[in-house]
Design a protein around this ligand. Structure first.
Ligand code: SAM
Length: 243
């Protein structure tokens, strides 16, 4: 049973050690999901076995509206309502692998959306905080995450461009919407040795960036061209910037 939603300030439920999300009875998509990992993810160079196992485990279809579930394992982003999307599986895998998680980290995700990325992270890190600016998406994600027993995830409603100072610092930060530039609060909340992965750019041109806090200072790397919805907020785009 999902918990009753308290206020919109913070949605939290039982915390426990990570365990695989529970499958729907007789999961009809198990074969499609295994094929997705084989053909779209391994074949494109994602080799981290823990990441591959998480993607084989998390039922992506459970995070989609009913009428799109049969498309859940296609090589594409899909609409989740409120003009937002669940990211393409390969991009989820790539960004997750870039975080380099070993299981003992505290991770922040900015842009909960459907909750799928948070569920993947829940299998790979000790605790996951995920922040979403749209309350209706956060509520739906919370329900699915609770149903799948992703007990080490906390969903928060708010402006993720400011990070989540209450639980900082984070060993990993992942932003799943495109920023005009890296938000300074996210760099400030990155732990020593930590990694921040985010798309930076405008509607027509974005690049996936990785920032690492090393003993020598912050290092930045550009990884690949990507296409995300805008990161809207105090340290992101304005609400009407992309029309
Ligand atoms: N990670 C998501 C998933 O697994 O379904 C996909 C995220 S979707 C591509 C981007 C999300 O970022 C949207 O739900 C959008 O509302 C959210 N977003 C945009 N700006 C935000 C902000 N400042 N803080 C938090 N969420 C934001």
């Amino acid at each position: 049973m999902p918990p009753r939603l308290p206020t919109w300030r913070a949605l939290k439920w039982l915390r426990s050690s990570p365990e695989p999300p529970k499958h729907e009875a007789g999961d009809p998509f198990a074969v499609a999901r295994a094929r997705m990992v084989e053909e779209q993810i391994s074949a494109r160079g994602i080799h981290d076995e823990r990441v591959l196992a998480a993607l084989r485990t998390v039922p992506r279809h459970a995070f989609l509206p009913e009428h799109l579930r049969q498309d859940a394992y296609l090589d594409t982003p899909l609409p989740i309502g409120s003009h937002q999307t669940i990211s393409q599986p390969y991009i989820v895998a790539l960004m997750t692998e870039l975080l380099g998680l070993d299981g003992d980290e505290r991770v922040l995700e900015v842009g909960t959306g459907s909750g799928y990325q948070a569920a993947v992270l829940s299998l790979l890190a000790r605790e996951v905080f995920t922040i979403e600016r749209r309350a209706e998406l956060a509520a739906r994600a919370l329900q699915v995450l609770a149903r799948l027993h992703c007990g080490n995830v906390e969903v928060v409603v708010g402006d993720g461009t400011c990070g989540l100072a209450a639980h900082a610092p984070y060993h990993g930060i992942i932003v799943t919407a495109a920023a005009p530039h890296v938000p300074q609060p996210l760099l400030d909340q990155l732990a020593p040795g930590g990694t921040l992965v985010l798309p930076v750019g405008e509607a027509s041109s974005q690049v996936l960036e990785v920032w690492r806090r090393t003993p020598a200072g912050l290092e930045r790397e550009e990884v690949a061209p990507v296409a995300f919805v805008p990161l809207i907020g105090e340290h992101g785009w304005s609400d009407d910037a992309w029309g």
